[in-house]
Write a protein that binds this ligand. Sequence first.
Ligand SMILES: *Cc1c(COP(=O)(O)O)cnc(C)c1O
Length: 364
Amino acid sequence: MSALVCRTTAARFPPNEPIWRSPAGGLLDIDFEPRFDRVAIERRPATLWRYREAIPIDRDDAIVTFGEGLTPIVPAELGGRRIWIKQEGLFPTGSYKDRGATVLISQARRLGVRRVVEDSSGNAGAAIAAYCARAGIACDIYVPASNSRSKLAQIELYGAALHPIPGSREDTAAAVWQAAQEHYYASHSWNPFFFHGTKTFAFEIVEQLGWRAPDAVVIPTGNGTLLIGAWIGFREMRQAGVIDRLPKLYAVQAAHCAPLALSPQESSQFRPKATIAEGIAIAAPVRVEQCRQAVAETGGRIVTVSESQIIAALRETLRAGFYCEPTCAAAVAALPQVDAGGEIVVPLTGHGLKAGETLMKLLL
Ligand SMILES: *Cc1c(COP(=O)(O)O)cnc(C)c1O
């Protein structure tokens, strides 16, 4: 039987309890035994729901899907390396956050939730808003009032209610926490169902490489929704005997905002600076311990890249024909620091069409 487990106290809760953190305030994980039947998986439609027995939603009629996933993986030469590019911008809302949203909003529907709240002005907010639209679930997105309207347009156009909160990012967090007392918090950093969607990124890589693990995966990291998801996914496949080792996971941060790379002493002095990799500009990631574990346990590294390195990598990636948003280029910029050999996978996490204005200002 699966269960929600508190990371702080190890207390266990039924899988369909409508909670997003434990009563003790701790982060929740999902204890769950996935199954992989390769023959059955290969026969199914090309969506991430082909890994059905590895996704902890216990009723098929709850599933909220646009037929997303199984994004193409193609060889390329970038940053002086031969790598695999996984095109994670090719999702219905334009980023891999749809992996988390399809599973999390399916669970919300399973719970009979009528309204969810979330705080993200970026790709996570857009993904949650789109899947709520599909599910017929009302969606309130809390954002700092200082956000530009163009950034919020996609969220608003999906029909979500925007709540601009005056003040700092912390004031927005406080407002959503207040709302989460009454409504289900569809948080991409707190809610464990989001990570049991992003883990399908690992499943797909293994299947697409012929049911083998690559040597390394290089992931742009802020809150770690893709990093931790990948770690969960590769571990589940190793546990099930599908692969026999874990790839090294490299967590890439912008040097301007790299809390993972700081020692405890440095952390107290830490003042983040603005970065063009705005998708990973997270000063205080909620699951920081899990991010560090994912890297340490797999023998990977935390890598930081400068603004000029990101811009150079962005230009190179676009000119290779991959139209991606600036955040993605952080992973490409990190390639010279990746000490693993063999097969390296780099996700391009968000579509360039989301960031036309920014790309134009930066590069034209
Ligand atoms: C969300 C996101 C990431 C990774 O961010 P996390 O905060 O680690 O989840 C990377 N690139 C893009 C384009 C994103 O939207």
